[in-house]
Design a protein. Sequence first.
Length: 524
Amino acid sequence: MKKKWSFKLGFILFISIILLIGCSSGKETQSGENDSDKTAHGGTLKLAWNSQPPTLDTHTTNTNVVRDIARQIYENLLTFDENYEIIPMLAESFEESEDRKTITFKLRQGVLFHNGKEMKAEDVVASMTKWQQNGTAKAELGNSKWEAVDEYTVVLHVENPSLSVLYRLADVTQTASIMPKEVIDAADATGVKEFIGTGPFKLEEWKHDSYIRLTKFDDYKSVDTPTSGLGGKKEALVDEIVINFVPDISTRVNGVISGEYDYAFELPFDSYEQLKNSPNVVIDVWPYGFETLVFNKKGIFQDLKLRQAVNHAINNEELLSLAFTDKEFYGLEPAYMRPEQKNWYTKAGEENYNVHDIDKAKILLEEADYKGEEVTILTSSDYKYHYDAAVIAQQSLEEIGMKVKLDVTDWATLLERRQEPESWDIFFTQFTTVATPLAYPFLESKVEYPGWTNSPEIDRLIGEIRNAPSQEEATAKFEQLQETIWTELPVINIGMTNFISSFSNKVKGYSEFMGPIFWNTSIE
């Protein structure tokens, strides 16, 4: 017996586990109703972004800046609606076999790529085969095979059937974007050379270190279902979107207040009152994820005692309060999944969370194999909270007797440098909350995320969660996994965070769902 899924998908498991969260955020924030028949079309939407993406090839990276910009260009076979149900996007429908070993996708017909070519099965097979060679997709799908049955039918033969394969295809992290076969064929180890999708906007120009310009794709073919989450009807209501790279935070704040920019992304927390008192802007505070200290486990932090020393040296609340300024923007929380996620939320391991104890940290440092080596913390001023967190961590580690230096770069350089194990020992990042713990890239050894976690116990528990026959058993295994994470400390969860963005009150129809959305958005 097969299970058939179409535009309104009754995917009960993931309704229950994907709640109000975000790989940016789980809420949908509307700037106002936007009936496209009544709304002015055209014009330019001017955005201010804090950093430049290293690429727009979503197959090769899980970075949020790539995800947020590329979603305007590309589309997936599947996506999430506003209730976090999985729905088709480029697929018209799909069927999953009872044993989960095959998934059959019927493709929408007449969907065009930005180069004018119609999307067909060969493009899907090429795109998905490339996508699953990287990161969490590789860990989830392994050697699964994609087959083009005819021009509009694709079958996925799943190597290791799992509760989470469908979720992975819809996920916004390392997005499973569909691209033309010829673009995939021309890709090398660094990714594709052209950024061509099926989305409502197409890439017109990328002036590196300055801006990306997207223009309306006149031949975009939308589905005719109501807009919901990342699915449903999409329409480009502006002629172009100019994404300006503005690393200076005061320039972003002043720019959105003055009207130079229509939208400013990730604004500093200490700008909240200034923005609140500005009559021409709207503030969006949205749940993000958790601030994280990542250890390089190919260097001196292979030593668990040394990782434990760092965990005891850091005062989580002090770091969060200084980097995020106000409890409206952070919370002390040992969990790796949000409290709203009833099937995953657990405080397991909390005895090792926020255990600030300088004397204990010094004892652990003496017990560790630390010989006074210089510890390099890699950070970026593009993200002020990461930079502030790194400065505070440096002070804490120096207090217990470690020699520490900061290596401050732009974010794109940091992303490159963290791939080099000899270049760093610690870096700070944000992991946006995910729908299942299997999507976190820093846990499973075969994902090879910078930091290079290589724990047989963590790998074993992830495998048991992936193959669990029921949600109840998966939940129990995750409680063990979180306990193990806090015991082995591949990373340190500093605490949960909320972020700020702001936009002009002339912007209508803007929404935010697991990141910003600029289709169905207009400017007066």
